[in-house]
Design a protein around this ligand. Sequence first.
Ligand code: ADP
Ligand code: ADP
Ligand code: ADP
Length: 217
Amino acid sequence: MRLILLGPPGAGKGTQAAFLTQHFGIPQISTGDMLRAAVKAGTPLGIEAKKVMDAGGLVSDEIIIGLVQDRLKQSDCANGYLFDGFPRTIPQADALKSAGVKLDYVVEIEVPEEDIIERMSGRRVHLPSGRSYHVRFNPPKVEGRDDVTGEELTQRDDDREDTVRNRLSVYREQTRPLVDYYSSWAQQNPADAPKYRKISGVGAVEEIKARLFEAVQ
Ligand code: ADP
Ligand code: ADP
Ligand code: ADP
């Protein structure tokens, strides 16, 4: 199974990705998690990326495409993978297409902007695993602690409200066009294109999970 979860920041892609990757036994390829790991490790790429991420902008296509190309060469990707937060621009989607990657599904998760602001202001993450929680909507078992490791949760630097608004406008301008890119490809060339599915991301985590499994049957 090879698929993309597409949707605005805070739509619940990371939360839902965990269910699909467990079920299909495939790795989650989150370019955001990969970049945060580089920032934490203090690599040159991380230092460069941090400035852009803190401003809510996008890291260059060249860097992202290189990261993903290297990741796909690893052996755990042989039976499929789930992209979360990639592709985010038309050139990134084109690079994937030219690399000859055959995707099974693109699933768009739709959430209105008002809900997104609320979700991101309460988001808490376990950085090493990428697991995310919400102080009200999806609280951890112990306040401030990851359910699996018991380690500390943190708030992302880019989840401040002003940065979130900027990320949403970047989404509208640079990433939203992928909705048209994949849905029209699926319509015009169903034999070649990934199947396109759109689900509502509004409701409880469990409800969305059920919609998602239904969409990829
Ligand atoms: P969210 O989960 O809120 O959508 P991500 O964790 O996917 O955010 O990404 C965090 C930040 O990392 C983005 O705002 C952007 O700066 C950078 N980033 C992640 N993935 C990409 C990508 N595919 N292309 C460009 N920048 C990216
Ligand atoms: P298990 O069945 O052992 O819990 P799976 O890898 O089959 O693990 O599934 C991973 C998660 O996805 C589980 O929480 C499971 O309940 C859920 N799941 C699997 N199939 C479906 C489905 N068709 N609809 C909703 N949730 C599902
Ligand atoms: P993304 O990866 O798309 O940026 P996340 O999975 O990190 O999104 O979710 C963003 C925030 O919203 C997190 O705090 C998460 O716990 C919360 N969240 C996820 N799904 C839901 C939901 N169905 N309802 C309310 N909040 C949710």
